[in-house]
Ligand binder design. Structure first.
Ligand code: C2E
Ligand code: CA
Ligand code: CA
Ligand code: CA
Length: 271
């Protein structure tokens, strides 16, 4: 048995070594790609029906010269294992600032837990969002688990950025494990219902209950609630009947380049 265990460990280590070499290669490719301008920030509308307002979420894309379009799920997790995620985040944040200033519209940027947890996080963000005018148009989407290991530090970071006008949104809400008492103590402006709940809203008996619950939490706590992954009229009907009036998804529009958005939404931006 001893021998078997040792052999298994050896193989596991070999596997890990191979994996980390692979990761390192991709991380280097990402850095090269950033230098060669292969990454593009796309924007997707977040629609607030009752307010007749739209905001946008910034979503990164990699246009690889040989491999073509690479979606973020394929490179964000690997970039998160090194400093590379910080470079990517800075790029998206700068593009988001550009877009929001040009259109006078709020833009959300996704912040990975490792980026948020960096001790210099709020300092780095304040470097880019260096005036109140700029900061007030930026929303940072973080996930529920972000404040679990050091609640105080997390809240202080958020408050620090709140002070200059940055808002926070809790992304993928419902699939994590945060307690409500914890949620109430965080300085957040918005909850995003994960698309998983929306997709199965008509087939799953529990999902409408969860959505109903999240909407009630939002009302009581004063958070906006927005559903993501809204694809059909039926989704909208059901969500509306549950009291959700804010939507993001293919039903309205897919993520697209800034130039296409400027053109498509010009009457909204420049009326
Ligand atoms: P997310 O933050 O939950 O973003 C929503 C995802 O749902 C996006 O996928 C978006 O294109 C997609 N989506 C929008 N509407 C619909 C719909 O109606 N139906 C369906 N099925 N999907 C819809 P995308 O752009 O591929 O991004 C995937 C994930 O990658 C994001 O999930 C986010 O976690 C991460 N990501 C994207 N850009 C960034 C970034 O700049 N920084 C970081 N840290 N993560 C990013
Ligand atoms: Ca998001
Ligand atoms: Ca996410
Ligand atoms: Ca999500």
């Amino acid at each position: 048995a001893q021998e078997f265990i040792e052999k298994s460990f050896h193989q596991l280590n070999l596997h890990k070594k191979k994996q980390s070499t692979k990761d390192a290669i991709i991380q280097e490719e990402i850095i090269d790609g950033l230098n060669r301008n292969e990454f593009r920030t796309f924007f997707q509308p977040k629609v607030f029906i009752r307010e007749k307002q739209i905001e946008f979420e910034a979503l990164i894309r990699w246009f690889h010269p040989e491999k073509g379009l690479i979606p973020p799920d394929k490179f964000i997790p690997i970039s998160e294992k090194s400093f590379v995620i910080h470079n990517l985040t800075k790029k998206v944040l700068k593009d988001a600032v550009d877009f929001s200033q040009k259109t006078n519209t709020k833009v959300s940027v996704n912040i990975s837990p490792v980026v948020f947890q960096n001790p210099n996080f709020s300092k780095e963000i304040r470097k880019i969002l260096n005036t109140r005018e700029i900061a007030e148009l930026i929303v940072l989407e973080i996930t529920e688990g972000i404040a679990l290991d050091n609640f105080k530090v997390a809240v202080n970071k958020m408050k620090d950025l709140n002070k200059i006008g940055v808002e926070f949104s809790i992304d993928d809400f419902g699939i994590g494990y945060s307690s409500l008492s914890y949620l109430e103590k965080l300085p957040i402006a918005e909850l995003k219902i994960d698309k998983l709940f929306v997709r199965n809203i008509h087939t799953d008996k529990i999902n409408p209950l969860i959505i109903d619950f999240v909407i009630k939490v939002g009302k009581i706590s004063g958070f906006k609630v927005i559903a993501e992954g809204v694809e059909t009229k039926d989704h909208i009907k059901t969500l509306t009947s549950l009291g959700c009036h804010n939507f993001q998804g293919y039903y309205f529009d897919k993520p697209q380049s800034a130039d296409i958005i400027y053109e498509k939404y010009s009457s909204y931006f420049y009326h």
